[in-house]
Ligand binder design. Structure first.
Ligand code: NAD
Length: 515
């Protein structure tokens, strides 16, 4: 069923012109690329649902060649001093700042993100570059006391090799930069397989990186981007020349790639689906909680891995909180993400809207009541603008336990905090979580060992919008990976433990005698 018509959208011709100009400024000649390559991926925009350009696709042989070339580049790059490697990321950060609007335009055009969020994504890239530059002078190991006289025990960290980066459509640039910036300062090289839905953004980012590399005199092929399908990316998954795969996407994708990487004893950083919840306690500041909930649940049209999908609210304040959420939802400006006043843009494609409709149907069958939303706004045939939905659920159910990548917020009630935490943790995924409370005991309980089981556990902020300084990632079917800040860099390096004997004796460890 269609509900109120959308305001006028930016036309496909205007979006195409903006994409072409942004790409050109980033160093990509889209018209020259259009005819290249034997097979193509068609770049499209969810804003109007129409095609933009044909883009040359990489096939399985291209991916294999990319792995070989990135491996050759690694053999040279690993001996470049880390602070010098940091110089390349410093220049990349400067170029991203210079082209912030260009990259943000491409993200907006290909993903349908509103400008503020698209610009935020590029800011995150600039921030991780800053972080990695600092890190390039801090890749230190520890020295431990040796049990033997005249011996020194220490650890050193070394580059690993080629890092395969597989990224999802919804963070088409930031996820690459989280991995790339850290990998490059660690002395690794990168083969990047972006989502096939975001090839233009990937082309712009890669061109900026190549320019930075040229300007600082770095070797070629430190990052090679392969716009390939999942099926054509198998050389990346299976090659022993790729010691680490950082894969971001659905639990389904993780379940396909993880066993194959494990079968060759490769390392994986898996950043998979989330099913994020917020507990709202009786003492919560309801103004703040409502704002946090609405941004986390409806922002990015529900298409963030950290999107808030479940609210578990104390029964005494449930009606009040729900009425505040519904009031905010009823005024959400839905429409063209290129317009400054829009807060909710389109879903990525027809499949996403079909998933949303099917989930709402299942929620009803499982006893839920749709309180608001779920309908499609009238607009172009290929564009899917969905009204964010709020569904009251009597209890946890199968659909509530699944991640539907669309703006659906399930609301459930609880009586005791222990019950709330039990409901909270009773899902397969473990990415992000939050509690809204002014009671310090409850806040501490939520982030304690027997509290939230997620990789991110917040107090009095929503589930989305992480900073790069912390390690990002989640547990259970979210995959257990960590990337971005803190000590996540350790996953991109190999550790060697060195025992150095500077004496003339050869004492054995544990006092073993072998004479
Ligand atoms: P998706 O799983 O459909 O695709 C993700 C990427 O994996 C794409 O590049 C795709 O081509 C590739 N891929 C899929 N199957 C593959 C295979 N067998 N071999 C190699 N590559 C394969 O996900 P999507 O629709 O692009 O993104 C949405 C999903 O990503 C959601 O589940 C969301 O929660 C998740 N996500 C997670 C994080 C995180 O950090 N945890 C961040 C962003 C998105």
């Amino acid at each position: 069923m269609l509900s109120p018509a959308l305001c006028e959208l930016t036309t496909t011709d205007d979006l195409r012109a903006l994409a072409r100009a942004s790409l050109t400024r980033c160093g990509v000649d889209i018209d020259a690329l259009a005819g290249a390559g034997s097979s193509t991926i068609t770049a499209r925009t969810p804003i109007t649902g129409e095609d933009l350009f044909d883009f040359p696709a990489a096939d399985a042989a291209d991916v294999e060649r990319a792995v070989d070339a990135a491996h050759e580049a690694y053999l040279r790059w690993r001996t470049v001093p880390a602070p010098v490697r940091g110089g390349l990321i410093k220049r990349l950060g400067e170029l991203l700042a210079e082209h912030k609007a260009d990259v943000a335009h491409l993200i907006g055009i290909e993903v349908g993100k509103i400008s503020a969020e698209a610009l935020g994504e590029v800011q995150e890239m600039i921030d991780i570059c800053d972080f990695a530059v600092g890190l390039s002078r801090q890749l230190g190991g520890r020295t431990m006391p040796s049990e033997r006289p005249g011996h020194r025990l220490m650890e050193t960290w070394h580059p690993m090799g080629v890092v395969g980066v597989i990224s999802a459509f919804n963070f088409p640039a930031a996820v690459w930069s989280w991995n790339l910036a850290i990998a490059i300062v660690c002395g690794d090289t990168v083969v990047w397989k972006p989502s096939q839905l975001t090839t233009l953004t990937a082309a712009a980012c890669s061109a900026l990186f190549d320019r930075a590399a040229r300007e600082v005199g770095a070797p070629e092929n430190l990052n090679i981007t392969v716009p390939a399908s999942g099926a054509d990316s198998q050389a990346l998954i299976d090659s022993r020349k790729v010691p680490l795969i950082s894969a971001t996407g659905s639990e389904r994708m993780g379940a396909e790639v993880a066993p194959r990487i494990a079968a060759r004893f490769g390392r994986a950083i898996l950043e998979l689906g989330g099913n994020n919840a917020a507990i709202v306690a009786p003492s919560a500041d309801l103004d703040l909680a409502t704002r946090g909930i609405v941004f986390s649940a409806a922002g990015t049209a529900g298409q963030r891995c950290t999107t808030l999908r479940r609210v578990i609210v104390h029964e005494d304040i449930a009606e009040e909180l729900i009425s505040r959420i519904l009031k905010a939802y009823s005024g959400l400006p839905i429409g063209d993400p290129m317009s400054e006043s829009t807060l909710v843009g389109p879903l990525i494609n027809a499949g996403a809207f079909a998933d949303m409709s099917a989930a709402l149907e299942q929620a009803r069958a499982e006893g839920g009541t749709v309180l608001i939303g779920g309908q499609r706004r009238e607009g172009p045939a290929g564009a899917f603008y969905a009204e964010p939905a709020v569904v009251r659920m009597p209890r946890q159910s199968d659909i509530v336990r699944a991640e539907t990548f669309a703006p659906i917020l399930y609301v459930m009630t609880y009586a005791t905090l222990a019950e709330a935490i039990e409901i909270h943790n009773d899902v397969p995924q473990g990415l992000s979580s939050a509690i809204f409370t002014l009671d310090q005991r409850e806040a501490e309980q939520f982030i304690a060992a027997d509290g939230s089981d997620c990789g991110l556990a917040n107090v009095n902020i929503g589930t989305s919008g992480a900073e790069i300084g912390g390690a990002f990632g989640g547990e259970k079917t979210t995959g257990g990976g960590r990337e971005s800040g803190s000590d996540s860099w350790k996953a991109y390096m190999r550790r060697a433990t060195n025992t150095i004997n500077y004496s003339a004796e050869l004492p054995l460890a544990q006092g073993v005698s072998f004479s």
